[in-house]
Design a protein. Structure first.
Length: 182
């Protein structure tokens, strides 16, 4: 015998905590293994996106991102290679992974979030990393919301690959969106 419980919204008996949420209403996931490469110090779109349509305008969206990145520098005059990612809802920047409050990348290193350092003269500096973002968004909407990531390099003469295709087992980058009752 099986049973099924269907509800529109789950609210804890003590109410929704300030700045938090109640129960999960729905979950969607986006993933990609399509590589995007950039040598620009301005942000470029990755192919990691996910779309959710909230059932209630009061809901929050819990976003979890695991973005696979590789940064590379073959310039022996530089002693580091790095880059950064950020999260957008539509065209609005909501999280820079380094500058936690500065959505425009205006911190001292912009959105630099990962780097590798070596002695001057070292050739082919490279770093592969999975960068994470976890954020609770309050979009106040029942329209379809598309979230995406973007990345950029830290300095000139570098390359950033988002979702590099030659990693072990061609691991995907993922984004999970969860509508949370509020």
């Amino acid at each position: 015998m099986s049973s099924e419980l269907r509800v529109d919204k789950i609210i804890p008996t003590g109410g929704v905590p300030t700045g938090g949420g109640g129960g999960i209403i729905q979950t969607v996931m986006g993933s990609t293994t399509t590589q995007v490469q950039t040598t620009a110090k301005t942000f470029s779109d990755s192919t990691l996106t996910a779309t959710i349509t909230p059932k209630f305008s009061s809901s929050k969206i819990l976003i979890t991102v695991a973005q696979l990145c590789r940064t590379h520098c073959a310039d022996t005059a530089q002693d580091s290679a790095g880059g950064g990612i950020r999260l957008l809802r539509g065209s609005t920047v909501i999280v820079n992974s380094r500058d936690h409050g500065a959505t425009d990348g205006s911190g001292s290193y912009g959105s630099r979030d990962f780097s590798v350092n070596a002695d001057l003269g070292a050739a082919n500096l490279a770093l592969v990393a999975t960068k994470s973002i976890i954020f609770l968004d309050s979009p106040n909407s029942t329209s379809a919301l598309t979230y995406k990531t973007q990345g950029r390099i830290m300095q000139t003469n570098m390359t950033l690959q988002m979702n590099p295709t030659d990693t072990t087992n061609n691991q995907p980058s993922i984004m999970i969106l969860q509508e949370v009752s509020a």
